[in-house]
Design a protein around this ligand. Structure first.
Ligand code: ATP
Ligand code: K
Ligand code: MG
Length: 673
């Protein structure tokens, strides 16, 4: 998340967070964070000592100060988590504003009744006309429309949604700008996509991720060890004939246990989710964001992800002696009922070329395009068939129909493919007629993103249904590491399984119903919001902007989350080591004068040494909140290199800083007190 200016919103967030941080002081909530729980218990004990000293008429200044410092430590940790939560809620609130009372035209046996949107149920059929709001989540079954989804996505450009494809999904709360559609409701009230998103973001269902849990367990174990160490100190000191101050011991314990990372851990996780949300991606769990940071292999399809995907027919290329009119006529026949951009563009190209084309046949069977068959066509009443499709598919089709494949076909196909275009071969049941050249444009900036990902150690593989030459040209231009051509949807699934069997984590993007198995199988499945309900359910992230290239950004968000957590853990542990050496001589100086030799810091007094360490220990938490929320800056480098750099910066820095800071605070205290 970018650093917000301290405007009104930010002040509000801080206010809410401050209050929330007090609420979280209750022991039941605190228990979910073992490190901070120990500090809270320590606070109760030192509070008890304070009262004891008070009633015994002894001086209690040190006990009271320690108690307050411990209380602040816990409160600061709560505050960090609360700020992250409050920011997420702020983002959710803007999503919620998209939800308001809407009316719906429900269709029952062609009759139309007006009902409230909250009465709609799964399976209801709804009509929406120009200017109206879409009352619920659903899939278009009839019609085409442009829709303003800005209420949900914040993106004001209109999007096209239509029946019978991978762009049939509509979202409740968005506005239909032009056209008229009928759609079937896919979610009951309260369970819409938006409802679930808001629930997620508001943290109602926030759970620790497996990584977070593992780290919490590790920190708890460390804390246990230090508790044991501190408990054994008094008997040992007693053996040597020295008494120890219990308040000092608790202060020592708190300085030793990893309070910094313990306090910031929840905030780091929530901030990662918030960053994903700021990029308009809803992650269904924190785990999904985290895993995105660990991805080894990124599968991308070509059309629509690497390229814009609005493939347009640009040329008709007849083969052999075929005349161009025959090719165009056949191409047009196969495209009358082909709603894909490719099909529509064939009609448009024939139209703009002024060719004389056959009428739309009244009595014919259409063969719809599918990624499985990779062809589309028509079967006329006189049983002539016309098809267009990928060149390998049509050649197989031709063999099955005993049609000779002209020698010059492959030259035409290659010619189109070498320019990065997609050749569609057109055939009738008697002969092969020629090629339609489709062209598509590579999205700007993808090559840089792939280079950056490579530097981060992520391998990119393009999987496409297109032929190997086109695939090779696009792959080279986009700079992916590898590609697979002439792939069917199940090949994607097989590839994901193969990569995973090799112990690698795989991410993929998809929008179609036939992508759903692969989206579910992948470790990170980013579904397009414009896609089908099945795809959105199967993925563990949904991109509200429906930009397949968003996966690249999510890998970075995930990496940043992991690196931030690692860096602050290193820093926190290094800090504790340093505090140990700063404080131990002070604690023992009274009891064991020999230990004074260790006191190289030359601190003012034992009490001032302990308080300085505690003050530093408490203040370092709020000081690091901005870094925890913003995330450590991500530099493109391999994991090992990154680890080395972080050890140097956060490890070494973490050891040195406390000495300097504690000495500084001690000097201040000696002046003030
Ligand atoms: N409307 C259509 N009619 C006939 N053939 C088509 C049509 N659209 C695409 N094809 C052919 O089918 C192939 C596979 O299409 P599909 O959409 O599965 O993959 P793709 O778009 O080429 O690649 P990607 O998997 O990267 O999106 C295309 O390469 C093209 O040769
Ligand atoms: K500590
Ligand atoms: Mg495709």
């Amino acid at each position: 998340m970018t650093k917000l200016p301290l405007n009104l919103l930010e002040k509000q967030i801080m206010g809410t967070a401050a209050k929330l941080a007090f609420k979280k002081l209750n022991p039941q909530t605190a228990a979910s964070n073992p490190v901070m729980f120990v500090v809270l218990i320590g606070t109760f004990i030192t509070a008890f000592f304070t009262l004891q000293h008070l009633f015994a008429g002894r001086s209690f200044g040190f006990e009271l100060t320690t108690t307050l410092l411990l209380l602040f430590t816990v409160w600061f940790a709560n505050f960090a988590e609360s700020v992250a939560e409050a920011r997420g809620r702020g983002q959710a609130a803007s999503l919620r504003s998209a939800k308001r009372a809407l009316k719906a035209h429900r269709l029952i046996k062609d009759c139309d009744e007006e009902v409230d949107a909250d009465q709609l149920r799964k399976g209801d059929r709804i009509r929406v006309s120009q200017g109206e709001h879409i009352p619920a989540d659903g899939e278009i079954v009839k019609g085409v429309a442009t829709i303003n989804e800005s209420a949900v996505t914040g993106e004001s450009a209109a999007v096209l949604r239509e029946a019978g494809g991978d762009r049939c999904g509509v979202i409740g709360g968005t506005k239909l700008l032009t056209g008229e559609i009928e759609f079937v409701v896919t979610a009951d009230p309260g369970h819409s996509f938006l409802d679930r998103m808001i629930g997620l973001v508001e943290g109602a269902k926030r759970q620790k991720t497996p990584n977070e849990t593992a780290l919490t367990v590790l920190l708890a174990a460390l804390t246990m060890v230090f508790i044991l160490v501190v408990i054994t100190l008094p008997p040992m000191a007693g053996f040597m004939g020295a008494g120890l101050d219990y308040t000092m011991l608790i202060a020592l314990l708190v300085c030793l246990i990893p309070t910094t990372i313990g306090g910031l851990l929840p905030a780091i996780g929530i901030a990662g989710m918030n960053r994903a949300l700021a990029a308009n991606v809803v992650a269904k769990s924190g785990k999904a964001v985290e895993v995105a940071g660990d991805i080894d292999t990124l599968l991308l399809d070509k059309t629509g992800t690497i390229t814009f995907g609005d493939r347009q027919a640009t040329r008709f290329l007849p083969v052999g002696n075929t005349i161009v009119e025959d090719l165009v006529s056949a191409a047009v026949l196969t495209s009358y009922e082909d709603p894909t951009p490719e099909g529509k563009s064939v009609l448009a190209l024939a139209d703009s070329g002024g060719y004389k084309v056959p009428e739309r046949p009244s009595n014919a069977d259409y063969i719809p395009f599918s990624a499985e068959t990779r062809l589309s066509g028509i079967s006329l009443a006189d049983r002539t068939i016309y098809v267009k499709g990928a060149s390998d598919t049509i050649q197989v089709w031709a063999e099955a129909h005993h049609i000779r494949v002209p020698n010059s076909l492959s030259a035409l196909v290659k010619d189109v493919a070498r320019n990065g275009g997609t050749p569609l071969v057109v055939a009738s049941s008697n002969q092969i007629l020629g090629v339609i050249a489709l062209t598509d444009v590579i999205k700007p900036g993808v090559a840089e993103r792939f280079a950056r990902l490579r530097a981060l150690g992520v391998r990119t593989v393009m999987v496409t249904g297109d032929n190997p030459i086109t695939a090779g040209v696009i792959a080279a231009e986009a700079g992916v590491d590898d590609f697979i051509a002439e792939a069917k949807p199940e090949d994607k699934l097989a590839l994901i399984r193969k990569e995973q069997a090799g112990g690698r984590l795989v991410a993929m993007v998809g929008d179609g119903t036939n992508d759903a198995p692969a989206l579910a199988q992948a470790d990170v499945g980013l579904a397009m919001n414009s896609g089908t309900q099945a795809a959105r359910e199967a993925g563990n992230m949904v991109d509200l902007d429906s930009d397949p290239a968003k996966l690249l950004a999510m890998v970075e968000v995930g990496k940043q989350l992991l690196i931030t957590r690692g860096a602050l853990t290193t820093f926190s542990l290094a800090n504790d080591v340093a505090k140990y050496f700063a404080i131990i001589p002070a604690v023992f100086a009274g009891a064991l004068p020999a230990i004074a030799a260790l006191d190289f810091m030359g601190l003012h007094s034992p009490v001032s040494a302990v308080l300085s360490a505690l003050i530093f220990n408490a203040l370092i938490i709020p000081a690091l909140i901005p870094l925890a929320l913003r995330g450590v800056k991500l530099r493109p480098m391999k994991a090992e290199q990154l680890l080395r750099n972080n050890m140097l910066v956060y490890g070494l820095g973490g050891v040195i800083l406390p000495f300097v800071a504690i000495k500084g605070i001690d000097l201040l205290l000696s002046v003030v007190v």
